[in-house]
Design a protein. Sequence first.
Length: 484
Amino acid sequence: MTEHLNHFIAGTGVEASDGRRIALVNPVTEQVYGSCARGTAEDVDRAVAAAQRQLEHGAWRQLDGAQRGRLLVKLADLVERDTDVLADLDADAIGRSPLEPRRLDVPNAVANLRAAAGWANQLEGRTIPTGGYFGTKTLSYTVREPVGVVGAIVPWNSPLMITVWKLAALLAAGCTVVIKPSEETPQSALHLAALAQEAGFPDGVINVVTGYGAEVGRALCEHPHVAKISFTGSPEAGREIQRTAGVLFKHVALELGGKSPQIVFDDAPFDDALRGCTLGLFANQGQVCAAGSRILVQRGIAERFAAALAEAARAVKVGDPREPGVQMGPVAKKAQFDRVNRYIQLGIDQGATLLAGGVSTPERGWFVRPTIFANANNEMAIARDEIFGPVGTVITFDSEEEAVALANDSTYGLAATVWTTDLARAHRVAAAVKVGAVGVNCWSPLDANLPWGGVKTSGIGREGGFGGAMAYTEEKVITVLLPT
Ligand code: NAD
């Protein structure tokens, strides 16, 4: 199939202003299967102007929260209707099995849109008692107004779901948006924009400009009429976005990477912990921001647990995710393949014990073998850096204090999981770890009502939940003089 994808601006498909394009490559076959428009600053300008028009003068501005909510419900229904189409688009673009997005990403997107439909009508202000105005009474109240045009910059690992986290919340708040999907995965954002048009969103509320971060992403960050950048991606790009958008006084929300610890105590429910750690390591080929790639195991069970993890890794069937029985596809792109292999080699060179997997040299396709290292320490590159691939690093600890110290000895702070049957310890450790989300004997669920985000290098701000929608508003205070 050859795909020829264009921007979606003011309700219409548009080529790049200079006609240039980006090739789309299949990670299983390494063949080019289509292309998308390579956006320019001029394209961004056009999209922002369309979004600005709707925000200031369009039909969108006239809608109240309940009306925006009704549109969000319609969009949720259409996304649900197209579950298989959207799951296939995201899966094929990065060589993932469509079963994962069908079961997780798309239902999560639908749930976010439905939850946001309710939030749209609840963005209330406050009435605030004051001391009056030079002896005369006043009434002061606040209203929540949309922050403005949003630039939503999205990575490739879960394109639809992450786009909708931003979109649902910002639409609930009454904002308009220019979405910049990853250059590898523009398909689902474009389909989503078409569904929004079908749902009845006015043209120009949702625009999509495809292209590279250094071109389209940067132009969005520099654009004078973009009020907020909502970014999900790597810390490196996040840092640059802060430098560009921050100095222009834009709101900046950053959902960045992680090196999340899974803390397994001696008294953990062994099989549950093993299943949980395996899932946390290998779902989406390990290309998950909250991947539990640092597995801290208490000494009493460390050897047995590492051996069981290695066995689970060896049992994973790697191949074309469209073939029956295959559990893991390739990583998404050549750069990612090289990066993962580089880290595996570093793990070997720095003295960790390779229990399963290793450097991969497939004939064709960017396939990486699920890899487990044991006898590692927290100073090694495989324990410190986000690899973003199916690689787990097992580190042994003796005491609870040591486990917490190891967990917190990271530049990242996105998520953590605690596996124990000791209730008091579970709460102590959950309180002590410096992250945005903790799961106890489970993965912190991606639920539309829960906030999501990190601390330290894992980011700034939270998406999800009611607070996620409030983050797309400004609070304005109005004071009325009340002479008697
Ligand atoms: P990336 O930072 O390379 O790219 C993310 C997006 O930003 C892409 O659309 C890219 O084109 C754009 N971009 C890149 N440089 C830019 C710049 N200078 N200015 C503006 N835009 C720019 O990340 P990636 O490789 O696509 O995704 C992997 C990263 O995303 C990992 O670090 C992962 O942990 C993180 N991630 C975080 C979360 C979360 O919720 N915290 C979720 C998913 C992925």
